[in-house]
Design a protein around this ligand. Structure first.
Ligand SMILES: [Mn+2]
Length: 318
């Protein structure tokens, strides 16, 4: 057992140090990053929002952050495939823990999430959020838009999430419509990938349907996204139900006919040209999962988001 240590999440001496916990043991932060509420010095922040009260069908995404953290223990050795680098060697990264919400009173939930997200963004760090149901993206978009202006939304999802809603409603199926109406997103530069349901309106976003993905290679899909977004500041939101239920059964509203995790990971790998300013992985609901399939997919997607960020930082530093 050469060079193994344990509980890096609390024993880490720096925010860039490589972890070496045994895969099956040790305290489970995301990829063993240090657990801290201290934002100083952090360039990337991973944060959980254990919230699923906006779910229309099967609840359980409140357990998503825990499941994703647990599954992330599989990334136990650097360099990380396919980035060929220790993602954290040049990107100080922390696990900021979870957002505290009152399960019995959701009137303050959006403001609480937005306030906490704004605090992280004010520190200058990149924010990667682990949901929670897809409602959580709405207050997070508000925090990002306050900093960058209207964002190009890059949404991987089986659903458009443009259902009509009214003020104060808390619904995981309407955040896109709301973000469009409030000017948080630039609809002309926003795109949805993997859609295989119909909502009453598209709000002007470009849609790539599930059946189209089936006919396209990863490179073509990435190319469509990059050309559509152009050089706008982009927010990447990944609803795990974008994947076929064969690859992600553990979610609240699964829809058959989706892409494989292999194909979509290839697409993500090719999005390095985008100016991604923030991202999330939502709707992982481990109670419906089998053998951690969904949690592993979710944690891998989250790892890719950090990988893209780490590459960009390295490029900037030359
Ligand atoms: Mn969604």
């Amino acid at each position: 057992m050469a060079n193994k240590s344990i509980d890096h999440a609390i024993t880490a001496k720096s925010l860039t140090a490589a972890a070496s916990d045994p895969t099956h043991a040790g305290i489970l932060s995301f990829m063993r990053r240090k657990y801290t509420k201290e934002l100083k010095g952090a360039e990337a922040v991973v944060w959980g929002i254990p919230f699923d009260a906006a779910t229309s069908n099967r609840p359980g995404a409140r357990f998503g952050p825990q499941a994703i953290r647990r599954a992330s223990a599989i990334f136990d050795n650097d360099p990380q495939y396919p980035f060929q680098r220790d993602l954290f060697a040049d990107m100080a990264t922390i696990d900021y823990g979870d957002c505290l919400l009152d399960y019995g009173n959701h009137a303050k939930t959006p403001q609480t999430i937005e306030r906490e997200a704004s605090k992280v963004l004010k520190s200058g760090a990149y924010l990667l959020t682990l949901g929670g149901d897809h409602f959580v993206t709405y207050p997070i978009l508000r925090a990002h838009a306050a900093l960058h202006g209207p964002l190009a939304l890059v949404q991987f999802d089986a659903h458009q999430d443009t259902w009509p809603d009214e003020k104060g409603r808390i619904d995981h199926g309407s955040f896109v419509g709301r973000a469009a109406r409030e000017g948080l997103i630039d609809v002309e530069r926003s795109i949805q990938i993997g859609i295989r349901t119909h909502a009453p309106e598209d709000c002007g976003l470009r849609i790539v349907y599930g059946y189209e993905l089936e006919e396209m290679r990863a490179e073509e899909i990435a190319d469509i996204i990059i050309r559509h977004v152009d050089n706008r500041p982009a927010y990447l939101t990944f609803d795990i139900d974008c994947l076929d239920p064969a690859f992600a059964p553990g979610t609240g509203t699964p829809v058959a006919g989706g892409p494989s995790s292999a194909k979509i990971l290839s697409v993500l790998r090719k999005l390095g040209a985008l100016h991604i300013v923030g991202s999330d992985v939502v709707e992982v609901a481990p109670a419906y999962d089998h053998a951690d399939l969904t949690a592993i997919a979710g944690s891998t997607i989250a790892m890719y988001m950090l990988g893209l960020r780490a590459e960009r930082l390295a490029e900037r530093r030359g």
